[in-house]
Structure formats: structure tokens, C-alpha cells
Design a protein around this ligand. Sequence first.
Ligand SMILES: *Cc1c(COP(=O)(O)O)cnc(C)c1O
Length: 390
Amino acid sequence: MSTSKKSQKQDTRLAHAGRDPARFDGFVNTPIYRGSTVLYPTLQCLEANDQDYSYGRLGTPTVDALQTALAELEGGHATLLTPSGLSAISATLLSFVSSGDDILVSDSVYRPTRRFCENVLKRLGVATTYYDPLIGGGIAGLLTDKTKLVFTESPGSQTFEVQDIPAIAEAAHKRGAVVIMDNTWATPLYFKPFSHGVDVSIHAATKYIVGHADAMLGAITTNKATRAAVARTHDELGLCPGPEDVYLGLRGLRSLSVRLARHQASGLEMAEWLAGRPEVAQVIHPARPGDPGYALWQRDFTGASGLFSIVLKPCSQKALAAMLDGLTLFGMGYSWGGYESLILPFDPRSYRSATTWQVEGSALRLHIGLEDVEDLKADLDAGFARLAKA
Ligand SMILES: *Cc1c(COP(=O)(O)O)cnc(C)c1O
């Protein structure tokens, strides 16, 4: 007896969602479809547009496979892919605003999201108000009849504030505002946006879904009510990701659960080890008891990824450079979510406006990859020794 899709566990769906081998001569993976033109067999079919595919930009079986799988895993109505996480964000924002509207955006949002609001949206006559990510139901005090949407990202970029998404969604919906969430950190596996009141969920699939630092990809998943608005903007902006990148997203997705379990365990172990280091003033990891975000993380999330931050005790720039420049396993560079460990200094003081970031030492964001944690500790241990010596 075969089980129904609905009764199957998440890991089973991760292996099977969006796949139809019988359609592709038995091949397990949906092939890479490249193409612009799709031929219609008859004039009648052309005029009625009576076939599944009409033009390369508007979808292919490869794109459909990943869209179907992501919509199912997120618990949403439908997913649309875009060429990057940022284009998923900008297309979503553009779907709901017109000149004269206001929007509310979390102060700890991914910085390029903020830039899009401050440049493009501002030029189009849309005003952005940034709010404290920890505002919760207090967001009711900022909502007006002109507020079209509330943009959330939880945990926040770099500083990992966990937002009370259900409380924010309840207040926003009372005023008719759409709730958007950048759900990249948790992936579709560890936070279910649609059962917490979110209307549109966004992923930089570039990160954990692709998982190997070899492609750029974004995903927008909507509920039923927001589907038409987002689909229309997505179509009108002409957003179509490259076929190889979509294929790499599908390929990454199949191993997401096992990779994340390791990122989570190694991340927590590294966070614990760092918390015991004399050079470290603070560890910011919402899945650690005692972290300000822990209670909400425990209530709403089912897991943690491998991305968190630390604050060092004050040291000179020269000492910091000595530590970072000599690392052999931790690389310095943007993005995260791949198999490799990364470390990146950050300082949000110059651009956050609704909250203040008050720490004395240098802040570092770490992505814990799939390496052996003992080797990662040794790499940082040697880095701390260089820092002390410089
Ligand atoms: C990286 C990132 C994005 C943007 O994704 P790209 O694919 O790089 O455009 C969006 N949101 C968050 C939280 C990210 O970390």
C-alpha cells in the first residue's frame, strides 16, 4: 500500500516532491530544459494558448519541478523562481505598492532590501518606515490605512533578532496589510511561514537550497490571495532564472535535510565553544538557551541553520586582520549556505535607523560548513593566538 503525499514525512517529500520520472523516460531527475520558442501544433491551439508551456521565459518543466517542490515544502499555494534572492525581494515588494503608499520594514533586514526601499521605492513615491524587529504586536501602533505591507526577516540579517511573526501578522491583517517574510535562514524546512500568518515567503535559494555556492537563485512562495499580484509582477518584470541554476536548486534540495542537520549540530557546537573563549564577548545564536531570541525560536522554529554571529572583546584592527587573514578553513566572502565555512566582519551602525547596535568589539558573522568541527576549532584557535600576538 502506498502512502498518500499528505501523510508522508518531510524528508520523504524532500526526496520526491516535484518529481515525475515516468514523464522523462524513467530518468530520476527532471532534465534541464533550455529554450525560448515552444511550438504550437495548430492555429487553434495557438489562439487558445491550449498547452502547458508557451514560451521559455514563462516556465519549463525544470522550473516547474522546483516551484512545485518548494510550494509544497513551505506549505504555500504556489512558488515562482527568480534569478536571485534579491530579485525575489524586489519583485515581491513591487507587487503590492503604488505611489503614495507606506510600507513597514524590519530594521534588521538584509541590507540590499533596505537599499531597494531607499532608492527604487522612494523614487516611485513609496515611503518606508523601519521598525524594531522585536516590536511584535506593537507594530499595530505603526500601521495606518496607507500601510500596504509589513516586511519581516527572522532571524534578522547579521544580528539574528527573532521576530514574533504571528503577532505581527495578526496586527497587519487587521489593517489589511500583506505580510512578507524573508525566510532564508531557516529554509523551507525549519520555519513554516504560512502556518505563522505570512502571506508571501521569500528565499535566497542561492544559500542553503542550492547549498554548494555554485548558483544564484530566488524563490517567492505565495498564499492563494497574493498569488495573482505576485505572478503578474513576476511576469511583467520578465524574471526567469537560468536553467542550470534551477537544476542546481533541485539537486541541492534533495539533500537539504541531511546537510542542515549537520550545519545545525556543528553550528551549535561551534557557538558553545566560542562562548567559552576569553576573546569572545558575546555569541548571538537564537537556538542557544539564554539568547534573547531563544524563546520565540523554540516556539516557532523546528531547527537552526549554521549561520550566527559573535562579538569579540575590543581589539585593534591589526589584531583582527592577523586573526582573519591567516585562517585556512574559514573563508572571507559574501553569501553563505554552502558546504564551506565562512567568516565576515560586519557593523550595522551606519545604516540601521530604528534600533541601535551597541557593542564595543568587532562583530563577526560565521557560517559553519560541513567540515569536521575539531578542524574548525583548530583554525579559529590559531586565529585567536595570532590576534593575541598582534
Ligand atoms: C543573500 C541573501 C539575500 C539575497 O540573495 P541573492 O541570491 O544573493 O540575491 C536575501 N536575503 C537574505 C537574508 C540573504 O542572506
